[in-house]
Design a protein around this ligand. Structure first.
Ligand code: ZN
Length: 104
């Protein structure tokens, strides 16, 4: 299995696990240089934060870990098609992250 497939599978497993734990079925990873920098799941229900989508959660954590809002060179792997908010966050100005997606 190549890295893209492996990371997409990891995002799907996160989504499935989150669903089994009562959350919404969405997971995401931020990867840089072939390594997972951060992962996230949809946390809307347990945080009451309407922006706590899996992609946003992973991007926030990756930015904290990398100590930079610039995620140049990172790739976001998502278990579903990102909404416009997440797409904008992943592809924002000065970032070169790209998305590998699975359609719902
Ligand atoms: Zn979103």
């Amino acid at each position: 299995m190549d890295n893209e497939s492996r990371f997409l599978c990891e995002a799907i497993v996160l989504a499935h696990t989150n669903s089994q734990n009562g959350g919404r079925p969405f997971g995401a990873l931020v990867v840089k240089d072939g390594e997972v920098v951060a992962s996230g799941v949809n946390e809307i229900l347990n945080t009451n934060d309407p922006t706590a989508h899996a992609e946003m959660t992973a991007i926030r954590l990756a930015s904290q870990k990398l100590k930079s809002a610039n995620l140049q060179g990172c790739t976001v792997y998502a278990s579903g098609h990102p909404c416009p908010m997440c797409m904008a966050a992943a592809a924002g100005r000065r970032k070169r992250s790209c998305l590998c997606l699975l359609q719902r």
